[in-house]
Design a protein around this ligand. Structure first.
Ligand code: RIB
Ligand code: CA
Length: 318
């Protein structure tokens, strides 16, 4: 909270197992005023994302938050979902009932513009998905930047990727959109894979959530247990908070260690497309000496995270 007032936030998501964990946390934490949630294709198709988002909000008792449907596909690339990770329905195939609510009757970019400009205090934007909606917003209504406090996005990687050896899924899915984001001209925090993958809820806590009498806690437990290596055959550890870590970084920014670094998205076709090149060199190199400096925007890149701090924050909030 700044000056005791809740922080106005808008989440742009591709719900998604971990987007769902992020939503369950965001609508619960008293320091956040979730003004709207917008949906984009990513983990699954955009209509599946809308359905999953509405379902999660209903389980969480937050059915009054407006939800809008956004981009059906990236700016250039086709939709390349992550159903192999998030399940056929995009949210762990938990067999949840269909939502009773429908999205608002305007598109995501319109809702984003409306809610950002209407907010009495600058909004913190939290994309936890491919950045297609955010790029379309910034190109269609650049005036919104005057009322954006910061964009804290889950995406990119300083070191190892997941979609490719070097590219993280949200940026890889729509690299051009990520490049537009980085030149938004507002403060940006990159909550990348390097910290994303470390925030794991212990198995005992996951089991406790799964047996809770409260529906939203049970859902969180099921989502956290969704990728149990013992049953999924996938080595990815169970209990990952994933996107929810980016929300924690808004509530408790001291839980991450950031450094203001130049970040460039590789757009050229080839094995590095979608990589976020984070320049951690202490000084320019021969490239700058012989070929001149490539001006890249400075981004507050998360280099470390206090795992226990965010796990406790998440569990205490739910
Ligand atoms: O690379 C991780 C990101 O891709 C997360 O946002 C996850 O939900 C998927 O969208
Ligand atoms: Ca996501």
């Amino acid at each position: 909270m700044t000056d005791g007032q809740p922080i106005p936030v808008i989440i742009d998501c591709d719900t998604g197992v971990d987007d769902a964990l992020a939503l369950l946390f965001a609508v619960r934490h008293p320091a956040l005023d979730v003004r709207a949630i917008t949906c984009v294709a990513g983990n699954t198709d955009v209509d599946g994302v809308v359905r999953n988002t509405l379902t999660v909000l209903e389980v969480a008792g937050a059915g009054d938050i407006p939800v809008a449907r956004g981009a059906e596909r990236p700016l250039i690339e086709p939709v390349r979902t992550a159903r192999h990770v998030h399940g056929e329905d995009g949210m762990g195939d938990l067999g949840l009932p269909a939502p009773t609510r429908v999205p608002v009757d305007v598109d995501a970019v319109t809702l984003l513009r409306r809610e950002i400009l209407a907010s009495p205090r600058p909004v913190t934007l939290i994309p936890t998905a491919p950045l297609t909606n955010i790029a379309l917003l910034l190109r269609t209504h650049p005036e919104v930047t005057r009322n954006i406090e910061r964009i804290v996005f889950m995406g990119g990687a300083v070191a190892t990727g997941n979609a490719t050896p070097v590219a993280e899924f949200n940026v890889w899915h729509d690299p051009e959109a990520a490049a537009v984001l980085l030149t938004a001209g507002v403060p940006i925090t990159m909550y990348g894979l390097d910290v994303f993958k470390r925030v794991l809820v212990p198995a005992g806590e996951v089991q406790r959530l799964r047996t809770s009498p409260e529906a939203s806690l049970r859902l969180a437990g099921e989502l956290l247990a969704h990728r149990d290596p013992a049953t999924s055959g996938d080595p990815t550890p169970m209990g990952g908070l994933g996107d929810a870590g980016a929300i924690c970084a808004v509530v408790d920014p001291k839980g991450i260690t950031t450094e203001a670094l130049p970040v460039e998205v590789v757009l050229a076709p080839g094995p590095a497309r979608g990589q976020t090149i984070v320049d951690r060199r202490p000084r320019p190199g021969e490239s700058e000496i012989h070929e001149g400096t490539r001006e890249q925007p400075l981004v507050d890149v998360a280099l470390d995270v206090d795992v226990e701090r965010y796990v406790n924050l998440y569990l205490e909030t739910l």
